[in-house]
Ligand binder design. Structure first.
Ligand code: KG4
Ligand code: ZN
Length: 341
């Protein structure tokens, strides 16, 4: 049986390596996940408190081909040259060495199997985590993208037609989580740890201001909040009574989530679009998900947790959609600062 016989049966191999996760996935059509695998480098970078770019690239290089082989084993792909219809690979933005490994591997496979290939923008990939997860989600919708490197609100007029409404002036939300966690000595990545500790803290213990609240323009800023939290940690340390980690995490999280919600609310009011989707690693945050679900006037779409953080399913989905709209790409070049919108 060939799986790429009819249009809807096209089988896409998705490949993701923009940061510290090597991801591969097989997607049939727009949203049927056939198989997926992820090799996380978290354990490799954790001792350094953050991602070491050159080390990440080397780890991707080691991981990719064995991962693709295991993926094919799981999915029962014996003749990829016949069964795969398209290769979709993250081409940017991200770490140049990591991206280059993925793009080179994808191009080699495309050449060997004589397959079309498309380069995917990593954030468009994050956005497609929602398309894969929710068959009923229709444009226009707003997408809040909150990851380790980006905090943005995008208006999706149609698939492939995006309008950037605003982003962060300094740190990304995930970056602020990671920096606060690092200061508290909690480990990397800090977001999930802070999220967990916040659950047993008092969000009102510290009156950290909600960044950008009430401001008329759609933009974010988290470095001031991060500094306020770090200053408070230093103050508590200097007092010698020990740091109240849970209270600090809960209060920091209240301010972050408050800011994100306030900015999305502004975007809803400015555009009149009440359908709101979430994506990116911070989209796994329990308080943010709860706050969004509590908005009864909006239609809210949340991807499952494993589709918020980096994965190759979302890349395959974005690549498939682009291919249906525009056909295959020419030469793909890894671009660490690729701007799509
Ligand atoms: O999207 P992602 O996997 O990689 C990037 O493209 O950046 O996002 C990773 C970021 C990290 O900063 C991590 O701390 C954060 O997402 N993160 C969280 C949670 N899970 C991951 N932040 C807050 N709460 C979480 N539960
Ligand atoms: Zn990401």
């Amino acid at each position: 049986m060939t799986m790429n016989g009819s249009k809807d049966e096209l089988l896409t191999l998705g490949m993701e390596s923009s940061c510290d996760d090597t991801g591969v996935a097989l997607l049939r059509g727009q949203r049927t996940v056939v198989a997926e695998l992820l090799a996380s480098q978290i354990g490799d970078h954790a001792p350094f408190g953050g991602v070491i770019p050159e080390y990440a690239a080397r780890k991707h290089l080691e991981a990719f081909l064995p991962l693709v082989e295991s993926l094919f084993g799981e999915a029962g792909i014996h003749a990829p040259g016949e069964q795969i219809g398209l290769i979709a690979v993250t081409a940017g933005p991200g770490l140049i060495g990591s991206l280059a490994v993925g793009v080179t591997a994808a191009q080699a496979l495309a050449l060997a199997w004589n397959k079309p290939i498309v380069g995917v923008h990593h954030l468009e990939g994050h956005l497609f985590a929602n398309i894969v997860s929710h068959p009923d989600l229709q444009p226009p919708f707003l997408c809040l993208i909150v990851s380790g490197g980006h905090t943005e609100i995008v208006l999706v007029r149609d698939l492939g037609q995006y309008e950037f409404l605003g982003g962060t002036r300094d740190d990304a939300a995930g970056e602020a989580y990671d920096k606060v966690a690092k200061e508290l000595g909690l480990g990397y990545p800090g977001g999930p740890i802070v999220d967990r500790l916040a659950a047993s803290g008092d969000p009102r213990a510290h009156d950290f201001p909600v960044p950008m609240k009430g401001r008329p323009e759609i933009s974010f800023s988290f470095s001031g909040l991060k500094t306020a939290v770090v200053t408070e940690i230093h103050r508590q340390r200097a007092m010698g009574a020990g740091v109240q980690v849970e209270h600090l995490c809960a209060s920091f999280q209240r301010a972050v989530v408050g800011s994100l919600m306030d900015r999305v609310d502004l975007a809803v009011r400015k555009t009149g679009v009440r359908t709101v989707a979430l994506s990116g690693g911070v989209g796994a945050n329990s308080a943010l998900r709860k706050a969004l679900q509590g908005q009864k006037n909006w239609r809210v779409y949340l991807p499952p947790l494993n589709r918020c953080t980096d994965n190759a399913v979302m890349i395959a989905a974005a690549g498939y959609s682009a291919y249906r709209r525009q056909g295959p790409a020419g030469t793909i070049v890894a671009d660490p600062s690729w701007q799509l919108w």
